[in-house]
Design a protein around this ligand. Sequence first.
Ligand SMILES: C[S@@+](CC[C@H](N)C(=O)[O-])C[C@H]1O[C@@H](n2cnc3c(N)ncnc32)[C@H](O)[C@@H]1O
Length: 177
Amino acid sequence: MLAGYDRNIGARHLDLGPGTGFFLDRCRHRSPRPQIALVDLNPTVLTKASTRLRRFGPDTFERDVLSPFELDGKRFDSAGLNFLLHCLPGGMAHKAKVFDHARAHVVPGGRIFGSTVLATGVAHGKRARKLLGELNEKGTFDNRGDALADLEAELAARFTDYRLTVRGSVALFEARV
Ligand SMILES: C[S@@+](CC[C@H](N)C(=O)[O-])C[C@H]1O[C@@H](n2cnc3c(N)ncnc32)[C@H](O)[C@@H]1O
């Protein structure tokens, strides 16, 4: 996942669902002064991640990525959606709208990338299967219906240049806008 950030992040980066900001803290930025915008539904996440990333002076936006959202007209070279889709409700066609909502803010030739835990089409060890059940019960994950083939179909419907790889239970994707 970190390699995905290193490979795809641009000088102006939009991160959807940044969590703790771990990857933006650790990845290799293109520029010594990257412009970073963080989008999340949860204001506590935004406070925590922006504090961790304060050396970059990130902008924060409290938004629901499942609906189209405004970012004060800002445009970005990349958008990251790491470990976001498996948290979202609905089927893959519904979750994939996030690609459209992100793409609206990314310049032509920019990158959209991330990863998600899938339920089918990938390998699950015994412990992973148990954890997947528990996380879905708790509502932390909502990915019981998420299949590799459906994710690939949604990427293929939107992007001509994309890459989808699988590591264990996780699908990693990157696409050129
Ligand atoms: C599992 S965390 C991902 C953390 C981070 N990207 C990483 O890879 O370490 C999922 C993040 O998505 C956010 N999130 C979940 N649903 C969302 C929604 N509908 N709109 C915006 N953010 C959402 C959560 O608040 C959380 O910060």
